[in-house]
Ligand binder design. Structure first.
Ligand code: UD1
Length: 336
């Protein structure tokens, strides 16, 4: 079965390609290499011993997207990762984010909608909940106004897909709302490759541990949490990748209850920034240089998932602990 993975050389995309191949799918990767290296392709092949088809294509080019889908009529589904994801950059340059994340989504959906099999998995985010009123966060928690254009593209993306599903019974889609993906493949052949200074916590920690960065800034320790630092739900990227395979199979087997479904993907456990630092220190046997600085604008206090729906309906559960994920991130950093 031929599956298209857009953004398939990125962090979550590459791990998902590996899991798809391990499950017997034939994978076609589309990536414009704007935030990924072509070397990732070789590394995927060296893990799975199978070569996915790779097509360098920028989804902003509508004509090329049309050509691609015309040439691949036998596609059984699309997993759509291709998008920009830096929150701060999106505030600086909203139009770029709407073009990169919304125009491209529309072009892909227009073409997929013409095919016989319209199965679509969308990379969404817990950012759609903003600061949720109660923890853990269920899929029924209210969607809050987005804090950033990036967050807004996830919310609008879900709305667009849901609107199509309402009027197109044959179109089936699942939006997966990720909490905080971290870690790397156990082979340490693929992992997160931030360009420049990492914006996210775990790559910043591992680069500091490696001596690439002098010290980590912890953004605020005066939040109303046990140790004063923000709480997040850090999920191993391989667990997350496996959830995509399960979600895709649900659509392919017609097991979905409605043609638009949403699932939270997290571990269900919240960890504070200081707990994440302690986890790094445990698995690396190193002390981390860090200092407490002011809060970062736009950070929510706490976000962790109620995973009941994914566990019971999808039949998927995150298996790795924070330490497992951190260990894999550290192995990857050392290999880099
Ligand atoms: C953010 C987005 C999320 C997006 C993700 C991908 C929001 C609310 N969340 O997640 O939607 O998918 O980025 O880029 O927009 N921290 C530090 N020091 C650092 C870096 C981070 O203390 O140098 C802290 C943050 O304050 C936060 C936690 O670590 O409490 C996690 O931050 P980060 O890894 O950036 O993820 P989110 O902000 O949760």
């Amino acid at each position: 079965m031929k599956i298209v993975v857009t953004g398939g050389l990125g962090f979550i995309g590459s791990h998902t390609v590996v899991e798809l191949q391990n499950s017997g799918f034939e994978v076609v990767i589309i990536d414009n290499l704007s935030n990924a290296s072509i070397k990732v392709l070789e590394n995927i092949i060296s893990i799975t011993n199978q070569a996915p088809t790779f097509i360098k294509l920028d989804l902003k080019d509508k004509a090329k997207v049309q050509d691609f889908f015309r040439a691949h009529q036998d596609i059984k589904g699309v997993i759509h990762f291709a998008a920009s994801k830096a929150v701060g950059e999106s505030v600086e340059n909203p139009l770029m984010y709407y073009e990169n994340n919304i125009n491209t989504l529309v072009y892909v959906l227009q073409e997929l909608n013409k095919l016989e099999h319209s199965n679509f998995i969308f990379s969404s985010s817990c950012t759609v909940y903003g600061q949720a009123d109660t923890m853990p966060i269920t899929e029924n928690a209210p969607i809050k106004p987005a804090e950033s254009p990036y967050g807004n593209t996830k919310k609008i993306g879900e709305n667009i897909i849901e609107d199509i599903c309402k009027v197109t019974p044959d179109f089936k889609a699942i939006a997966l709302r990720y909490f905080n993906p971290i870690g790397a493949h156990k082979s340490a052949k693929i992992g997160e490759l931030p360009i420049g200074v990492p914006q996210n916590l775990v790559p910043y920690i591992t680069q500091t541990g490696q001596g690439i960065r002098e010290e980590l800034s912890v953004f605020g320790n005066d939040y109303p949490t046990e140790d004063g630092t923000c709480i997040r739900d850090y999920i191993h990227v391989v667990d997350l990748a496996k959830a995509h395979v399960v979600a895709l199979q649900r659509l392919l087997n017609d097991n979905n209850e409605t043609n638009f479904e949403v699932f939270n993907l997290g571990t269900g456990t919240g960890s504070s920034v200081l707990q994440v630092i302690k986890s790094f220190e445990r698995v690396s046997n190193k002390k981390l240089n860090y200092k407490i600085v002011d809060r970062r604008k736009g950070d929510v206090i706490s976000a962790y998932a109620d995973t009941t729906k994914a566990n019971t309906v999808l039949g998927w559960t995150a298996e790795s602990s924070l330490d497992d994920a951190m260990k894999s991130a550290w192995n990857w950093q050392q290999k880099l």
